[in-house]
Design a protein around this ligand. Structure first.
Ligand code: CTP
Ligand code: CA
Length: 222
C-alpha cells in the first residue's frame, strides 16, 4: 500500500461515517435527491479503516471497495437517522459527510404520479437534523458545503450543532465540484481556530481531517 497506510493510529477506535445524498421518495418511481457523489465520505471511511479503525459506513450510494467496513445502505434522511442512532452506540467519532435532505415530500403517492394536470404542487416537510439530534461523548464532525459566505455559514453550523470540527467546503471553487476527486476545505474547530488546507485529493483531505481528529478522541477504555 501507499505510505498513507502505514500508521495504524486509529486501532481500537470505532468511526461512524455517513456519505452520499439522501433520496426522499415522491412516488414508487421518483425521489427528490441532490448531487452528492459520496466520494468525500467514502474517502473518510477508507482512510479511517486503513489507519486501523473499525468503520461503520452508512451510505446512500454504491461505493467502490468496502472490505473491512461495515456498510449499511439507506435511502432517506429518516433511515439514515435510525442507522446513525444505532451505530453510534459505543463509537468514538461520528463523521457526517452525507448530504441529508432538509425537506421531504409530506406524502408519498402509492401510485406513480400522472402528468394529467397542468401543474404539480409539491408539499414538503422538514426532516430531522441528524447532527443536531444525535448527541454523545464521541467526537462529532460535520461538513458544510456552501456556495457563498463559507466561513460565516460554517461557523454558525459548528455552534448550532455543537460540533468539534466543521469542514467548510466552497463547492463553487475550482476542483471542488460534486463528483470531483479533489477538494479544498477549511477546518473550523470548536475553539474558533481555523486551518486552510490546500487543494488535494479527497483521500488526502480525509487523512488531514483524521490527523486533527486523533487528539480529540477519548483515551482508550481498558
Ligand atoms: N445534517 C444532518 N441532518 C440534516 C441536515 C444536515 O445531520 N437533516 C448535517 C450534514 O450531514 C452536515 C451538516 O449537518 O454534516 C451541515 O449540513 P448543511 O446542509 O450544510 O447544513 P444545514 O444545517 O442543513 O443548513 P442549510 O442546508 O440550511 O445550509
Ligand atoms: Ca442542509
Amino acid at each position: 500500500g501507499s505510505v498513507l497506510n502505514k500508521k495504524k493510529d486509529l486501532a481500537g477506535k470505532t468511526f461512524v461515517v455517513t456519505t452520499g445524498g439522501t433520496r426522499e421518495p415522491l412516488d414508487p418511481v421518483r425521489f427528490i435527491g441532490n448531487r452528492s457523489s459520496g466520494k468525500m465520505g467514502y474517502a473518510m471511511a477508507a482512510a479511517a479503516r486503513d489507519r486501523g479503525a473499525m468503520v461503520k459506513l452508512i451510505s446512500t450510494v454504491e461505493l467502490p471497495e468496502t472490505a473491512g467496513m461495515e456498510v449499511t445502505r439507506v435511502q432517506t434522511a429518516a433511515e439514515m437517522l435510525a442507522s446513525v442512532k444505532n451505530a453510534v452506540k459505543g463509537a468514538d467519532a461520528l463523521i457526517m459527510a452525507a448530504a441529508v435532505a432538509d425537506f421531504r415530500p409530506s406524502a408519498v403517492a402509492n401510485e406513480k404520479i400522472k402528468k394529467t394536470s397542468a401543474a404539480l404542487d409539491l408539499k414538503l416537510e422538514p426532516t430531522t437534523d441528524i447532527l443536531a439530534e444525535i448527541r454523545g461523548k464521541f467526537v462529532r464532525i460535520g461538513f458544510a458545503a456552501e456556495t457563498s459566505e463559507l466561513i460565516d455559514n460554517a461557523e454558525r453550523k459548528l455552534d448550532a450543532k455543537n460540533l468539534d470540527i466543521i469542514v467548510a467546503n466552497d463547492v463553487t471553487a475550482p476542483g471542488c465540484g460534486f463528483g470531483s476527486d479533489t477538494n479544498k476545505v477549511t477546518l473550523i474547530f470548536r475553539d474558533g481556530h481555523m486551518e486552510d488546507l490546500p487543494l488535494m485529493s479527497k483521500r488526502e483531505v480525509a487523512d488531514a481531517i483524521l490527523d486533527k481528529t486523533m487528539p480529540l478522541l477519548a483515551p482508550r477504555r481498558s
